[in-house]
Design a protein around this ligand. Structure first.
Ligand SMILES: Cc1cc2nc3c(=O)[nH]c(=O)nc-3n(C[C@H](O)[C@H](O)[C@H](O)COP(=O)(O)OP(=O)(O)OC[C@H]3O[C@@H](n4cnc5c(N)ncnc54)[C@H](O)[C@@H]3O)c2cc1C
Length: 477
């Protein structure tokens, strides 16, 4: 029988044969770069590999299975729940070399990509052909399509256009035993067999490794306009969001920043944002030029009806872009102030936003914690940031506040994550949103598809030693 050290050497030799030595990292200083994601949770992998083809992925997965080595797919590592953290060591499968846009099929409005394509690069490529891929996570300039698919990422345009899942027509993916599945097609209608595509979208790399994605495109909207509205108070902004939806107006985006978020971004970028505003809405409308003006008037009327202090339409595309840059920079600006802040991405039915904001304020007062909110208000998706120094963030007070936040969310008919997924961070709480029978079925699926628990092990499901996590003891609304 081989000893552990020999086994590791043997495993690495075989990896080198598959990939060549230049596509493998195992020096500690290199491994450290692949040990964490944007949560800053970290664990060192043993090896990082950079496959260039599906065949190489197949060979790596088969090898990992044979040696019982955990395998963690990785895009850009921008995830916010620890999904790409190699918590149990093993192999990180980085997709930076599989980053080709393989085909833009303008006649059928589809694009075929490898998983390592950076989302904003895909936008640029299809927009130059008059086509549009709407999902636009705020991290789009660095996150990848593979990570977006695995997390079913949302974005600012989700209000009108939906999320990543709505644009995935088909997938090529490698299963835990190294076999390749191909789901979906270019057909607009396709009901042949079970639809496995949406099962893999949002599976956080636990069921299969995505090696190619066939994505749906739509025509690029003719024009767009951006409006900003400032408020003395967060509640009026929240009422505006609920009012826009209740009035059946459908902007492309409705983003919300509270006072500390606006301040943080202004101090970070110096764009001339209204630092003293109690709350700030950023609303975009797109479509045909004439229709946009009508929608903008309706949006503006709802803003004024809810006591907006100032409503302004951006003058040109440069001003529009700087406003969106400001929105995309909120997370970075807050991180500068509080590097270890806790960031939860709860989501509630849209009509519940005003009540959710009230509950968050109560939690902030009760636990004496600074809580900063921003996010995709048009989807009911609020990023709740508990600020503080590291020792505070890791204390019981913050844990208590998070539990209360989740309770309030569930109480209002909401979900614990709107877009960041479960990963490591939220797995103790998953049973608060999903009943035991349904969660057991999910676990059975994982066991059937990955019997040796090779693919991103430990993610999503609560550890067996915390049986409480499986009991759905909170009231459903
Ligand atoms: C500043 C900032 C802003 C953000 N804004 C948003 C936002 O607006 N909307 C949003 O939804 N998210 C947002 N995020 C979170 C994050 O960017 C998304 O979850 C994104 O989809 C992760 O992509 P990634 O390439 O970085 O994936 P990673 O973080 O590398 O991985 C995420 C998960 O995907 C799995 N994975 C990666 N590639 C594959 C593959 N080929 N096959 C199978 N599994 C794979 C990994 O194992 C992991 O579980 C933001 C993050 C930051 C830091």
């Amino acid at each position: 029988m081989q000893k552990k050290g020999e086994l590791v050497a043997d495993f690495k030799d075989k990896l080198k044969k598959i990939l060549g030595p230049e596509a493998i990292l195992d020096a500690a200083e290199d491994l450290a770069c692949y040990s964490a994601d944007a949560t800053r949770k970290s664990h060192m992998p043993e090896t990082v590999v950079f496959p260039s083809s599906t065949d190489q992925v197949v060979a790596i997965v088969k090898l990992a299975g044979r040696y019982g080595v955990p395998l963690v797919p990785r895009g850009a590592g921008s995830g916010l729940t620890g999904g790409a953290v190699p918590e149990r060591g093993g192999l990180v499968l980085s997709f930076t070399r599989m980053n080709r846009i393989l085909e833009i099929d303008a006649a059928n409005l589809t694009v075929l990509v490898e998983p390592g394509v950076v989302t904003a690069d895909l936008h640029t490529a299809v927009e130059s052909r008059g086509l549009f891929y709407p999902p636009d996570p705020a991290s789009m300039t660095f996150c990848t399509i593979g990570g977006n698919i695995a997390e079913n990422a949302g974005g600012m345009r989700a209000v009108k256009y939906g999320v990543t899942r709505d644009y995935v027509l088909g997938l090529e993916a490698v299963l835990a035993d190294g076999k390749i599945i191909r789901t979906g097609s270019k057909c607009v209608k396709d009901v042949v067999g079970y639809d496995l595509t949406p099962l893999i979208v949002g599976c956080e790399g636990t069921l299969a490794v995505v090696t190619r994605a066939l994505l749906r495109l739509i025509p690029l909207p003719e024009a767009k306009k951006t409006l900003t509205a400032t408020y003395a108070d967060m509640h009026h902004a929240a009422d505006t969001v609920a009012g826009i939806i209740a009035n059946r107006i459908m902007p492309t985006t409705i983003e919300f920043l509270d006072r500390p978020s606006v301040r943080a971004v202004e101090e970070y970028l110096h764009l001339g944002l209204p630092k003293d505003a109690g709350a700030f809405l950023l609303i975009e409308v797109d479509g045909e030029a004439e229709a946009i003006d009508i929608t903008m008037e309706k949006v503006s009327a709802v803003c004024h009806a809810n006591r907006a202090l100032e409503v302004t339409v951006a003058e040109d595309s440069q001003q529009q872009e700087s406003l969106w840059k400001a929105r995309r920079s909120v997370a970075a600006a807050l991180r500068k102030i509080s590097p270890f802040r806790v960031n939860e991405d709860i989501v509630v039915p849209r009509a519940m936003i005003p009540e959710m904001i009230r509950r968050i304020e109560q939690i902030s007062r009760r636990f004496n914690l600074e809580i900063v909110c921003f996010g995709h208000a048009g989807d009911g998706n609020i990023h709740v940031n508990i600020m503080g120094k590291r020792q505070e963030i890791e204390g019981e007070r913050v844990e208590g506040a998070v539990v209360e936040l989740f309770k309030a969310t569930v109480d209002l008919g909401g979900r614990l994550s709107g877009e960041h997924g479960i990963g490591i961070s939220k797995r103790p709480f998953i049973g608060k949103n999903i009943d035991p029978t349904t969660l057991n079925l999910m676990h059975k699926l994982k066991t059937i598809m990955d019997p040796d628990n090779i693919l991103n092990p430990g993610k999503i499901f609560p550890p067996p030693e915390s049986p409480d996590a499986l009991s759905n003891d909170w009231k459903w609304p």
